[in-house]
Design a protein around this ligand. Sequence first.
Ligand code: TXA
Ligand code: MG
Length: 316
Amino acid sequence: MGNGERGLLTTDVGLAARRLVGGGLVAVPTETVYGLGADADNARAVGRIFEVKGRPPGHPLIVHIAGVDGLAEWAATVPPAAAVLAEMCWPGPLTLLLARRQRVIDAVTGGRDTVGLRVPAHPLTLDLLRRTGRGLAAPSANRFGRVSPTTAAHVVADLGPLLEPATDAVLDGGPAAVGVESTIVDCTTDPPQLLRAGGIPTEDVERLLDLALEQAAGPSRAPGMLASHYAPAAEVVLVTDRRAADTMAGRLEATGGHVVVVHFGDDLVAYARHLYGLLRAADTAGASHVVAVVPPPRGLGHAVRDRLAKAAAPRP
Ligand code: TXA
Ligand code: MG
């Protein structure tokens, strides 16, 4: 057990709540990925999130709240489509972009006039939110540009040395059940637009709204969604099926490569759940290449395809 690990890891929600209210950073489990949380009203604590992550300023943060009731505290208006989605999907892996109330600090919104809100489906984090009564500003708890963490151990491996054992905490809630980040829907436009495919399948959102979602154009719609993101150190090569994966792996190994093959057949839920852990494990094992079979574009397949494309994109 490392130095940071001993002081940081906890399953004690009361302790985590005291650290959060005291202005510390608390990494929290959610059903999607672990988040690095701060009291959303505390500009200093929110500022530290950017330092610890190495995240460029101006990239807005999602505010996590305890329930649908909290919407009005953060959003100026809640259009009917947003009300439907919140009612049907929360707690769950869906983030709604809404017009912000003035009280939401600029460090959280990146100075924009919108705020991203979500109710995470994890009992420990819901307990933390209810006990503190605070909004929790939290991006994924990884260093900027790296693979998101799906276990508390991933968080400690990435950020442990940068956190302060006496005042911060990593709340250990076990492995993330969904494994990819939330779906983000911009509800400030009519009709709403998809900003990021994620843990709630696009088809589910479309069914609830009874319309076809359009993917918002351009990276400026959601800063932080750069082409190369979610990248492991190993080079990621995408293939269409299992046979192509074996052929590619054989070719790379023939030239001295150390290859990890990722494929889950039709099990899209397992693919999403294990993808990030496998990318991390490939790096830990010193793999030179990850050869991944691209899943079909349905259900969680949309989110997996998006993350794989980003992991395989040319690095800056
Ligand atoms: O599942 C998730 O969404 C996880 C867990 C921890 O909740 N969080 C997460 O946060 O993935 P992050 O910061 O890694 O990704 C959130 C994305 C970023 O690309 C950010 O730019 C975008 O959401 N975003 C947040 N608020 C926004 C806003 N007001 N306007 C535009 N984009 C926003
Ligand atoms: Mg992230």
